[in-house]
Ligand binder design. Sequence first.
Ligand code: SF4
Length: 319
Amino acid sequence: MIKINPNPYQTCTLCPRQCKINRLEAPFTGLLGFCGESAQLRIGYVGPHFGEEPPITGKNGSGTVFLSGCSLKCCFCQNHQISREGMGVLIADEALFHRIKEMIRAHHVHNINFVTPDQFVPDIFKVISLLRQSDLHIPIVFNTSGYQSINMLKQAEDYVDIYLPDFKYSDTTLAAKFSNCPDYPQTALNALSEMLRQKGFLDSCRDEKEIATEGVLVRHLILPGHTENSINALSTLFIEFGKDLPISLMSQYHPVGHQDDEGLNRSLLEEEFVQVYTHVLDLGFENLFVQFLDKNGEQRTPSPFLPDFRTKKPFGSRV
Ligand code: SF4
């Protein structure tokens, strides 16, 4: 049964952090939940993005909407400016709807891709409803950390077509250290099960379509110095969901600021990538997307995947 909170921002339990604070009063009390957001919708960027997997990006790009704040706040977040450092602008639901409509008109993007929508889902649901009322039936993507509440996902079922969740950690100690979230592995596995129950595997893998319109694709970013976490995470996914689960193996990690963990202060080494890549092939996943390292075994600097939300084009030219 879905629990509907009449005003979800009043006693916020939108994500598994379950802060239960009144986000409506945050501008007066200054009291914010873990995500760092009040009840006023804020965004970091709206625009086409060419760095997602091919069935999501297509040739026209994915229409991304980056939301400010985050309920996970990993210390290494590649979008740290908006997820951890408070960057973003206030926007009304109607205004966001018009920005999205304009993006669709100007760029013919293949989908609308809400990046970390958890902390603002009531507003996002309204924006999606406005798109549908305008006969803009474009696939809706929820691009998430994997740390989602089942109740929120059940409410999202009728609004979302594609889930792009991460599965970041199999190791509870690492989840606690990097994301202050020791319950991440089990919570994320439960969330992935719910997403798969709703949408199944990404349809472009099932039906060999060029552009995806529905389904789930799970991402895993390999963290430098922590290949064991990756190997166990991928084994867990294989055991839980089988060889047909669409997987995206990502190597784009780029250090952000100074990190206490030694590995996180560098990019991924070629031998680390090969170790995890070999394991994923040995497991026998059949729907695999792989982001290979550059030929010299290192990521370019500045990284084309590390956005700078202070600029008009955070992702530079096409990735
Ligand atoms: S969305 Fe934010 S305030 Fe609400 S429970 Fe999650 S972290 Fe806490």
